[in-house]
Design a protein. Structure first.
Length: 324
């Protein structure tokens, strides 16, 4: 489909709405995110296509599907829009003390001590700012960042691309084996399922569970499961009671202090693997804010997790570390 281009200048709003529609797949979802009516979003998209003289979407398909020219156009404007948003944020940011609203999402791993101390710190440094803190899974936090429902998040870095989000690696958190304190059987025999001690798993919808299952498939191990749970504290309670063993990370383990006397943590046998936690931000987040959060988080993680576990488990010193 070819149309006559008009002499009207290219509109930034057209580009932003085109990008949202391409990501969301429907006019309704784009209207909801942008705060505009469906008819207004449709008008802007048609204006962009008229200006370019090409069809960017196959309008006969539902959900909306990009044409080959639309795909190429999206690829070329993604980085340009990211640069524009970052420039606008930096230009209008002022000082941190002037910030008025900040939405932060974190995974449950930081709930017991790190997130509360971060909240107190940011409140003191940004006295005019209203804060919203949200705790959820990594998948959910990343989705909220993509949908611009959060400004900054702390999550596990996923294997797939995060599109226009940026990440600043924070912590390398290796996977480890946790056994009941009383168990003295061979670690390799337990992992390979050659004992009657069952494997207690994270719920399969969690990113940490998917990373663990991928590694077990790679090494050809399929331990029988008896229990599956989304709560790490519940998993630790079950292991401490002698009900089974699990795979987790030192950061998770550090939060289960009440059970430590009944647990033993071991390096994963054979080829080790780890997850990376990062600060993930939208293009609108200023570098000064990210620097502030990054610096405080590093000091809190070092104080509450890394230093104590390095002291009690020296073998973690080369793997459970901040990413520099």
């Amino acid at each position: 489909m070819t149309r006559n281009s008009t002499s009207k200048d290219l509109n930034l709003k057209w580009l932003e709405l085109f990008q949202i529609c391409a990501q969301k797949g429907t006019l309704q979802a784009a209207a909801q995110e942008s705060g505009l009516t469906i008819s207004t979003v449709s008008y802007h998209l048609r204006s962009l296509e008229d200006h370019l003289g090409v069809a960017l979407f196959n309008h006969s398909r539902r959900p909306m599907v990009l044409t080959p020219k639309g795909t190429a156009f999206l690829r070329n404007i993604d980085q340009a829009l990211h640069s524009i948003r970052k420039a606008k944020a930096e230009a209008s940011a002022g000082t941190l003390s002037d910030a008025s609203f900040l939405r932060i999402g974190t995974i449950e791993d930081f709930d017991s001590d790190i997130t509360p101390e971060l909240a107190v710190f940011l409140s003191a440094r940004m006295p005019a700012c209203d804060f919203m803190y949200h705790t959820d899974s990594s998948h959910s936090v990343i989705k909220m960042l993509r949908d611009r429902q959060l400004d900054l998040g702390v999550t596990t870095v996923p294997s797939e691309s995060m599109r226009d989000l940026q990440d600043r690696p924070l912590l390398r958190d290796p996977f480890v084996i946790v056994l009941p304190q009383v168990d003295d059987r061979s670690l390799t025999e337990i992992v390979e399922g050659r004992t009657k001690l069952p494997f207690l798993r994270f719920s399969s919808n969690l990113m940490i569970a998917q990373q663990i299952e991928s590694q077990l498939r790679r090494i050809g191990v399929t331990p029988a499961k008896r229990f599956e749970c989304s709560s790490h504290q519940t998993l630790m309670a079950m292991v401490a009671a002698g009900a089974g063993w699990t795979i987790t990370t030192p950061l998770h383990f550090s939060r289960a202090k009440r059970f430590h006397s009944k647990l033993r943590m071991h390096r994963f046998p054979g080829k080790t693997f780890s997850r990376t936690l990062a600060i993930v931000i939208t293009p609108d987040c200023t570098s000064s804010l990210v620097d502030l959060v990054d610096g405080k988080l590093r000091s809190l993680i070092l104080e509450h997790a890394i230093a104590p576990l390095h002291q009690s488990n020296p073998w973690l010193e080369d793997s459970f570390t901040l990413v520099t």
